[in-house]
Design a protein around this ligand. Sequence first.
Ligand code: PHE
Length: 337
Amino acid sequence: MLDQLEQKARQALDATPDSDALAAWHRHYLGKKGAATQMLRSVSALPPEERPAFGQAVNRLKRALETAFEARQAVIQRQEMEQQLASGAIDVTLSGRPTGPGHLHLTTQTLRQIYAIFAGMGFQVYEAPDVETDELNFGLLNMPPEHPARDMWDTFWIGDQVLLRTHTSPGQIRVMRERYPEPIRVILPGKCYRYEQITARAEHQFYQVEGLAVGRGIQMTDLIGTLTEFARRFYEPDRRIRIRGSYFPFTEPSIEADMDCILCNGKGCRVCKYSGWLEVCGAGMVHPVVLQNGGYDPEEWSGFAFGFGVERPAMVKYGIDDIRYFYGNDLRFSTQF
Ligand code: PHE
C-alpha cells in the first residue's frame, strides 16, 4: 500500500509543470490533510504489534517524498528563472534600487518651527560663529577673567583665548556692534559646547536659540509676553508661564521662565519631577555694561535677552527620554520624525 502511494506520488511529482502545480502536489501528499498524513492516522486501525513498524515506514516515506519535493522544486525554480530571463522580465543590467530621499533631522525641524514662531513676532535670524574668543564668550558679557560665574560654563579650548562657545550669548555683542544705532529684534540659533559629563539629559554639544531685543522703552513685561507667546505657539495655546528670579552676569534683573508641564497640566509627574513645571529658559533685561559693550547707551536704550536649548523642548514635545538619540545617527530614531 505504501509502495503504491510512493510510486503514484513520485510520478505526479515528476509531472508537475510549474511552481503552482508543485505547491498543489505538496498539499495533496504532504499537507495537513495530505495522503501521507492520512496514512499515519490509519495506524490506530492496526493491531498493536504492527503499529510501530508501520508508523516508521510512513515516516520514512514522508521524508523520502520531502527530499524528492525539494529536488523537484530546485529544478522548477531554475526553469522559471531561465524563462523569466529569456523573456526579459528581469534586466540584470539595471542599476540598483536607490534608497529613498532623506528628510530633515528633528533638530532642524524644531529650529525651523522656532524661526517661524519668532518671525511672526518680528524677529530676524542672526547667525554667529561657533568658535569664539574668550572676550566675546565671557569678557564683554560682563564676566572678566576670574569672574566666578565662568564656572557655570566650562568648555573646549582651541587656544589660549579661543574656545568653542558655551552659549549663543556672545552673538548679542556681535549683532549690537553691527546694527548700532538701529533697534534690534533677532534670534541667534546655533550649536553650543560644554565640557560636561554626557547623560540622558546633557550632551557636550547642543543647540541654543538666543533672543535679543534692543530699543527704547523695552521692559520686562515685553520679555514675559514674548516668552508666553512662544510657549503657546510651540506647545499648546493654553500654556502658562511662571517667572523666578535668577542670576546671569549679562542680564539685570535676571529671570528663569518655567511653563506648566504639558504632560500632567501642572499636577506633577515624572517628566516635571513632580513640580508641575518645566524649565523654559534663562532670560533678563540686558545688563547696562553689555549694552555699552555693544555700543548702545544704557541711558537711552534698554533691551531683553533670553536663551534656551533646542533639544530639550523637542524632547518634551515629542516624548523623547534621552538627549543622546539626537547625535546617535540611528535611522530607527531619525525616521520617526
Ligand atoms: N546664556 C545663558 C545660558 O546659556 C542663557 C541666557 C541667555 C540667559 C540670555 C539670559 C539671557 O545659560
